[in-house]
Design a protein around this ligand. Sequence first.
Ligand SMILES: [Fe+2]
Length: 440
Amino acid sequence: MTTTERPGTDAEHLRTRIAAELERTRARTASLTDAVDDHDLVRQHSTLMSPLVWDLAHVGNQEELWLVRDVGGRDPVRRDIDDLYDAFKQPRRDRPSLPLLPPAEARAYVRTVRNKVYDLLDGIRFTDRPLVEDGFAFGMIVQHEQQHDETMLATHQLRDGVPVLDAPPPPEPRAAVAGEVLVPAGPFTMGTSTDPWALDNERPAHTVDLPAYLIDAAPVTNGDYRAFIADGGYEQSRWWSETGWRHRVDAGLSAPLHWRRDGDGWAYRRFGRWSAVRDDEPVVHVCWYEAQAYAAWAGKRLPTEAEWEKAARWDPATGRSRRYPWGDEDPTAAHANLGQRHLWPAPVGAYPAGASPLGVHQLIGDVWEWTAGTFHGHPGFTAFPYREYSEVFFGAEHRVLRGGSFGTDRSACRGTFRNWDYPIRRQIFSGFRCARDAGE
Ligand SMILES: [Fe+2]
């Protein structure tokens, strides 16, 4: 994009789009926080998670810092609470004991901030500096709030008590999908330099040359995973890495999180309701170590990030990389299970319209997919707009997840989008698929 002023209609169009995204996102935040009473909002449902009321005011505080103060140059609304809602200064386990804004005050605060943002959006020029070019800062804040909405959804999944969330079940399978897909050897473009709201760790576009490999046509299902459990996968250290096995023993892992034995079979708890495990859904709530052990047991391995992204984006007909497996257009309900339209992953074969040109299914939505590698910047990485967005997380501690889950909003999910977490985490909506070298 250029640094000259866009024609008025383009700027108007962008303003309208930003306002719609802000509004749509806030409606989701409100639905997640209005679903429970004040007692539930202020308590900590798991030491891994913040009280929901912390997420709410933190979302508003980040919006104030970036849009009201930085982009808008306006006076602070509540400078006195910056430290309370700084994720780096306040570890999650300590957040419930902080003097947080009570629910009514938190709601009033985010409303005040949002009104100021609407006001500054009215007169904004999208050209002055990189932070506002193409509305980037607004896109970053929309994605930030959506990411916290997914985190709050994970808190709901951990919460005890009567069920409060409802949604229709995902679609049934419309295509038979099984086996592996061969991805031929050769270069492809990884990352992006042009997607206007792509975050720093997705940039820049660069060429990666890969040998041929096979990748699963669909994520690993509950049925697949049950076979691993039934075959003693959790009892045999040979399938696990050394650290993975130590964690399995220390944490007492014996099945995905939220599963329990149910007669001869298994049941899982989803947002407060127990039901029999369905075999054809992607497995969810497994940690990286479990994914790695399953892959070893299956005679495979986890895909590298580059392998995942080539399978998702590379179009053999043109040689170019698409924004999404199905093309460049934004996701619709026919493409992928995103945005909390449903409260769990869709069975394999439910989204034939979302398959990649090579025939790899359900890469976007359903479950975040663990990949083999640790989190690093792409070659040529530049931190923007601040090191704390992703650069401080680079290193061997975090594994990368790709593709988004049923709880990920479309604004925070692209073929290039990268998520990261510790390899022991499984309260997130995490699953995986396997890969292996071709010719093995
Ligand atoms: Fe945050």
